[in-house]
Each structure stands twice: as structure tokens, then as C-alpha cells.
Design a binder for this molecule. Sequence first.
Ligand code: IPE
Ligand code: IPE
Ligand code: MG
Length: 235
Amino acid sequence: MDYSELKIPRHVALIVDGNGRWAKERGMSRLRGHDAGFENLMTLSKYILSKGIEVLSLYVFSTENFKREKAEVAHLMELFVLMYRSKLREFQENNIRVVFSGRDEPLPAAVIKARDRLVAETANNTGGTINFCLNYGGRAEILDAVKKIVASGEEVRDWQEADFAHYLYQDLPDVDLMIRTSGELRLSNFLLWQNSYAEFYFPKTKFPDFHEADFDQAVLEYTKRDRRFGGINKK
Ligand code: IPE
Ligand code: IPE
Ligand code: MG
């Protein structure tokens, strides 16, 4: 699609959801759904950043997802390691900077190692940022920020919102467009601070089937939204 007529969001946040149901519909195990989702993730991310979106936040594992069966969690962890290792070159070739949001504990050491290497090697890339939200929780992020502030001993009396935001996991612009695939209508603890004034878009498509044309539809819809931020837009 020609994006020149569209309003381009600076920060797109995507809740990658529906992998399990996608697999179930096909009589396959949930794990195959995650495989298909991950197959789609890199292609779609490259497309999104190629359209001039500066930041793409991807919710790939929540702090709550550790409640799932051991085998599913282990498979997802293996997929993360595989992706961060095998796609390193592709991130480089596409000039993509990668950052992460989330807690270390209780991530396996192999995930942390692959993550840290990817972050270090892509740190100087300038063709857009992917923010992997891995072992991420929105409340955990706010609580962790408060703990950092208290530990710093800073005087907060005159602080503005931006001073607080500086202590979140990453210093990124607010989310403009939040997409959750699979038809679920909730945030599930995703970027609570940053999504404050985001436009929400909830396609029914399950993530492994969510491709470039589906993303185009999201941006088309976003272009039509009247963002008022509490004020009045004179047309
Ligand atoms: C999202 O798909 C992927 C992760 C949570 C990592 P789900 O696994 O939540 O798939 P559904 O929602 O059960 O279909
Ligand atoms: C949110 O999806 C987390 C990710 C997609 C990574 P879930 O599938 O875990 O959320 P709920 O349980 O439906 O709220
Ligand atoms: Mg889900």
C-alpha cells in the first residue's frame, strides 16, 4: 500500500495473540502455533519499520505467561533464543535497533545471553527500533520505576510526568497505535503508562495470519481517527 496518503504512527504496539487458537483450529499443538507466529514476526516487523514507523513494541511474553504449562513456556523460551540468534544478521542488514522491556527473573540464562548480544550488536542501528516486551508486565514496569527512583534518592517534589517516564524500562515515545490480534478486547497488562492515549485496533485475525495487508488496514483506520487528547479539533 502507498503510505504517502496515510498518517504514520511514531510508535506502534502489537500484542501478538492467538497463536494457540490458530493451531487448535488446524488440529495442531499450541507449540506449532507459536512456531507459525514467530515465522511471521520478523517479516511483519521489517515491513512495519520500512513504512517509517520509528518504534515497534512487540508483546511476546508477559510476566503472567509463566503460569502456562512448563513445556509451552520452555518452547517459547527456545524460540526466543533461536530468533535472537538466527535473525541477528537480518536485524543488521535492515539497520534495526533492538531493545527489550521486562524483568530478568526468572528468564533462562540462554535467553538473557542471546538478548544482551542482540541489544549490544544492534545498538547503533538507525532504521527503526523494535522493543521486545519479554517477561513484561505494565504494573511491574511502574513498580520497578518507583523502586529505581527511591533507590536513586532523587527529590521528586517538582517532577513532571516525563521525569517519571525516564525511569521506565525504555525511554520511548508514547504509543500512537495499539493493535491486538485474535479478537480479544483487553490490554492484558501491556504498556499501561505508554498506552495512555493510544488508538486501539482489535482485528479478529489470529497472529500467524496477520500479514502486511492487515497492518495496512490498521494504519488506514488509524488515519481516520480523530485524536483529540482531551481538546477539540477544529476541522
Ligand atoms: C500469543 O498467543 C503468544 C504468547 C502469549 C507468547 P497465545 O499463546 O496467547 O494464543 P491463544 O491466545 O491461546 O490463542
Ligand atoms: C498477552 O496475551 C500476552 C502476550 C500476547 C505476550 P495472553 O494470551 O497471555 O493474555 P490473556 O491471558 O488472554 O489476557
Ligand atoms: Mg492469548
